[in-house]
Design a protein around this ligand. Structure first.
Ligand code: SF4
Ligand code: SF4
Length: 186
């Protein structure tokens, strides 16, 4: 008996106090992904990376909004959202207590405003994303004029960009034809 007691004292506690005391998790523990709407630019990279589609985006051009949402009920805690986020807006935390009484409480949302195209005025992309890309490109611009031109390009919707490209190609073709005519005119 004494030997057994000695063995028990030597081996210490075999169980943890949780849930009566907080449970310490390891450094690389993959818990609940926490989203910071302030840092988020609504770029949708995490929605593409998320294997079970726990993160989704809905764009409403009429309302001029894009809604980001996460359903913790679908999350498999793989961490791909954190890896793909360019701004560090989503990070896995140490929180693993996700039980809720109402299923709807497993979903979190954030709403972002869409930017209007500098050309046609249609809502086309999240304003924060447009600003983020324009600032990034602006850093490599040689002067303010180039930075402004890049910002204008980023602030133009894909449809208007296609039209502008088509006009440019048509203009180049006209210039080429005119040049050829001048060369052959005696
Ligand atoms: S941890 Fe994985 S499953 Fe969960 S939201 Fe992020 S990408 Fe999706
Ligand atoms: S990848 Fe990051 S910045 Fe982009 S939508 Fe997801 S959380 Fe937001």
């Amino acid at each position: 008996m004494l030997k057994l007691l000695k063995e028990i004292l030597r081996s210490g506690e075999a169980t943890v106090q949780y849930p009566f005391a907080p449970l310490e998790v390891c450094k690389d523990f993959r818990g609940k992904p926490e989203h910071d709407a302030e840092l988020c630019i609504a770029c949708a990279a995490c929605t593409v990376a998320c294997p079970p589609n726990a993160i989704q985006m809905e764009t409403d051009t009429a309302a001029g909004t894009r809604t980001w949402s996460i359903n913790y009920g679908r999350c498999v805690f793989c961490g791909r959202c954190e890896e793909s986020c360019p701004t560090g807006a989503i990070r896995l935390s140490a929180d693993f207590e996700l039980a809720v009484g109402n299923k709807a409480d497993l979903t979190r949302k954030a709403v972002f405003t869409l930017a209007e195209c500098a050309c046609c005025g249609k809502a086309f992309a999240p304003a924060k994303e447009v600003d983020y890309v324009a600032r990034l490109l602006g850093q490599s611009a040689r002067n303010q004029e180039e930075a402004d031109r890049l910002r204008l390009t980023v602030s133009t919707c894909p449809e208007c960009k296609r039209k502008q490209d088509a006009h440019q190609v048509a203009r180049m073709e006209i210039d080429r034809q005119l040049g050829r005519q001048l060369e052959t005119t005696p």
